[in-house]
Design a protein around this ligand. Sequence first.
Ligand SMILES: [Zn+2]
Length: 334
Amino acid sequence: MSGLTAIRGQPRAVLQLRRAISSGKLAGAYLFTGPPGVGKATTALALAAALNCERADGDACGTCSACTRIASGNHPDVLRLAPEGAARMIAIDPIRELAARMGYPPHEGRARVVVLDDAERLGIAAANAFLKTLEEPPARTFFVLVSAAPDALLVTIRSRCQRIRFAPLPRDEVAAIVEAGGASPANARLAAALAGGSAARAAELADGEALAARQLRVAALLIAATSGTLGGAVTAATRAVAAADDLGATLELFAHRLRDAAALAAGVPTPDRDAGMAASGDEPDLAARLAERGPRALARGARATLAARRALTAMANPQLTLERLLVELRAEQP
Ligand SMILES: [Zn+2]
């Protein structure tokens, strides 16, 4: 399976493209929008393969010379531009080079596809130069602008593109994609539950070592939130956790654990509980202490944790935010 057939979880976007290919009504420029990590760039390359494949009609075979060169980034008619450098911008020089190449027909005579990753990262000068290329579209050339923040694009560029929307991926698809990438089934399910429909985000979250370290920090927070001793446990846990560079992900996992415990205490089955519990390796006492809280208090704790996570996004002091959260959770003590 390859090409458009292999795109997971985006049936509407794929159908739109298939119809356009089969009716010969492809737009000269597309804008693929949607959250990061849901398959926009992958679909752009699948479209390029479908238009250049030497065997399949209207899709890609995945094995011919054109398909394999596109997959490895070595096809002369499939060009990909992405933000570069510390500023992560698409600069004007590569856009000028692109414009110069547009003066010639595609090397292999079929379709030339130009993919702009994170197109909203075009600088002003680069955007204006690119607009000129869009206004005088070269023959047999298709542009695909990929963006999770399309509102940041020049209106004049946006208005020349046909928009195709990509949805957040269903959780099962995310888990399957991450598992296919080598993660264990338990880690893949847990990461998918936390990733908000983004396979890229889930792959980051499922990274074995990072996840194990995060699980340890979550266990420290859980113990500090539930243990009988006062003071010292909270300070030690918050100091260790506040220093972590993935504090946001840690708090998301912590909230997930509290929601899981709430569901468990309420007797509601949850598909992710096994993954959460199995991956955490908690002491059995901890599960019992959590269950004693009762489902309502645990659900409130999960909400308080997500509020703390938002406070951190707004640049709150990590250690103080964590201490406040743990004091709040300990006050729920039965
Ligand atoms: Zn092929």
